[in-house]
Each structure stands twice: as structure tokens, then as C-alpha cells.
Design a protein around this ligand. Structure first.
Ligand SMILES: [Zn+2]
Length: 322
């Protein structure tokens, strides 16, 4: 029986899975730490080892294609990650070593491009032509389909929405070096900067306000304080919802989607935040507000997308990675 290999490479975790290429059912999945050192081919080498173990265990399956959704930025022609700010390796090869080893069609796209393709093929975007996927996680990104066309761009980075400017006079620096970027203020890795910035604007009695004066408060903690009813945490989350609304409104204004599917740990763990974003978005849009939904694939949205990319590659990608 034919299987496709589907891979999601994140800054910290990599998911490797086998899918039945006919039914698109997940056969098996392994989650491992993303290698942080070891040279250009180390990530591909790790994927090959894991796939070999899976194929030994599930010997009735024969690999017919490989799909990878990865953190960016990407050189999509080479199928290589270049100068990624979120991983120590910075740059690494994917498509060449995987294709040389497996000798089957191999495709490499940005992780959110894979995710939006999963939504389009069998999720919130099924039957629709204008679909956006947004991840609110350690970083912020999107994948976009307009009029049934998957947007890729000259290097495969057509939708680096995390670097939309949501605050032109902000002095908060993003990981990319820019200021006032959506990701720099609102992503899981950077939320502590927002907490720090908002401290001076707020006065009152709050445990979060007190501890954030002496230490960096991670995103998970901020949301815990919010759940417990901490007033400063509520203030920060309200501002966070506004920043996210500004970013999402820019997406609505430029891509005019029918539906936006949201994923990533921040939204998956705090679905209430999405209702707040929806309420604020009306203040910033010119286009009709689309349907908002949370991805039905949960943590596996990129893996599913990579599987669809492998089994039914979009024509836009075939022009680049034939
Ligand atoms: Zn940035």
C-alpha cells in the first residue's frame, strides 16, 4: 500500500508521520526534538532515520511521496531554510537530501502554507476559494489561498504576516530586528515584552504587575494569571486582543478571505481570546469580516497539510518543485 511521508519542522519540535495516500488517514506519527546543531543535512538525516524506523514497523507501506512544512524563511526553489531567526542551525537543506534518499517526489513549503492547504483540502476551507490560516504561537504566520490560488511568492515567503507593523511608533524590537511588528509584540516568545511595556501604563494591585517588575513572565504564566482574574493580566490580554485584531484586520483588508482558520498554541490553549479578537477586528476593517474558526486538526495541522502537499501537490508548487 502506498504511503506519503509528512513532516512538520518547528523551532523546537519536529513531527514525522506516515499517511495512507489513498484515504489520507494518519498511520503513525513520531514527535522529536528539532536538531539544533550538526550541519546543513542534520534535519533531513534525522527525518530519514525516523521514516526508516516507521517503514520497518509498518512494512506493508511503501513511501510514494514526501511533503515537508517547515519554519521559515525559505528558499523555495532550493527547498532550503535560510537564516531562520528561531533556530540555532539558522540554515539547512531539506529537499535535496530527502529527494536523493527516498527517490520519490518531494515538496518543501512554509509550515503555514502546508496548514492552509490542509484547511482547503479537508478543513474549514473545504468548498471555499478564499482561505487563510493564521498561527498564533511562539511566532506568528499565515498561509493564504486567494481565488483558489495558493500564494507562494518569489522565495516562498509570500505571507510573512507576523512582520506587519501594528504599532508604528513602538520601540519594541521584533526577533527580525524591526520595530512595532505584530510578532514582536504578540507572539508567545515576545509577549513578555508587551507585559513589560504595559507595566508603566497601569496602576493597581496585581500579583502579575508585581512579579513582572522583577522577572520576564512567560506567555503561559500570563494566561494563567488571566484565568485567575488578575486585573493587570486582564488589561494585558485586552491589549493583546487589540494587537491581534489589528494584524488580522490587515489580513482581511488585503486578502478578503471567506474564512480564517486559527491555530498555534496561544489560540488552541486559550480559545476565548479569539472571541475578543473578533470583536475588536470590526474597528480596523474595510472588507466584510469573514468566518473565524479554530483548526479542527489541532497540533497536527501542519502534518496534515504536508501530507496533502505530498499526495495532491498544488499546481503553483509543481511549477517550482517539479
Ligand atoms: Zn519582525
Amino acid at each position: 500500500m502506498k504511503a506519503v511521508v509528512a513532516v512538520d519542522i518547528g523551532a523546537t519540535k519536529t513531527r514525522v508521520a506516515l499517511f495512507n495516500s489513498a484515504s489520507m488517514e494518519l498511520v503513525s506519527k513520531v514527535v522529536l526534538n528539532t536538531p539544533q546543531e550538526g550541519g546543513e543535512d542534520v534535519v533531513a538525516g534525522t527525518i530519514i532515520e525516523v521514516v526508516n524506523d516507521l517503514v520497518k514497523e509498518f512494512s506493508e507501506w511503501e513511501v510514494s511521496a514526501v511533503g515537508v512544512g517547515t519554519i521559515g524563511p525559505l528558499d523555495i526553489r532550493e527547498g532550503r531554510v535560510i537564516n531562520s531567526p528561531n533556530i540555532k542551525l539558522r540554515s539547512f537543506e531539506l529537499r535535496r537530501p530527502l529527494r536523493e534518499y527516498f527517490r520519490v517526489p518531494t515538496y518543501v513549503v512554509n509550515d503555514c502554507v502546508a496548514a492552509v492547504y490542509a484547511e482547503y483540502m479537508s478543513g474549514a476551507g473545504l468548498g471555499k476559494k478564499n482561505v487563510v490560516y493564521v498561527t498564533l504561537s511562539s511566532g506568528i504566520g499565515a498561509g493564504v489561498i486567494v481565488d483558489g490560488h495558493l500564494l507562494l511568492g518569489k522565495d516562498g515567503n509570500a505571507h510573512e504576516v507576523g512582520h506587519i507593523v501594528v504599532s508604528y511608533d513602538s520601540d519594541v524590537k521584533c526577533g527580525c530586528g524591526g520595530t512595532g511588528h505584530w510578532e514582536g509584540l504578540a507572539s508567545g516568545n515576545n509577549l513578555w515584552k508587551l507585559v513589560k511595556k504595559l507595566r508603566s501604563r497601569w496602576s493597581g494591585v496585581s500579583e502579575l504587575h508585581k512579579i513582572s517588575g522583577v522577572e520576564e513572565v512567560p506567555a503561559v504564566k500570563l494566561f494563567e494569571y488571566w484565568e485567575r482574574g488578575d486585573e493587570f493580566a486582564s488589561y494585558v490580554i485586552n491589549e493583546l486582543a487589540r494587537i491581534n485584531a489589528a494584524g488580522v484586520a490587515s489580513i482581511i483588508n488585503v486578502y478578503d478571505p471567506e474564512v480564517i482558520s486559527f491555530g498555534g498554541s496561544i489560540i488552541l490553549n486559550n480559545p476565548k481570546l479569539l472571541n475578543m479578537i473578533y470583536d475588536f477586528v470590526k474597528d480596523y476593517v474595510i472588507n466584510r469580516v469573514p468566518e473565524f474558526t479554530i483548526t479542527r486538526f489541532g497540533d497536527d495541522v501542519v502534518v496534515y497539510g504536508a501530507a496533502y502537499i505530498a499526495s495532491k501537490p498544488p499546481k503553483e508548487l509543481l511549477e517550482i518543485q517539479a
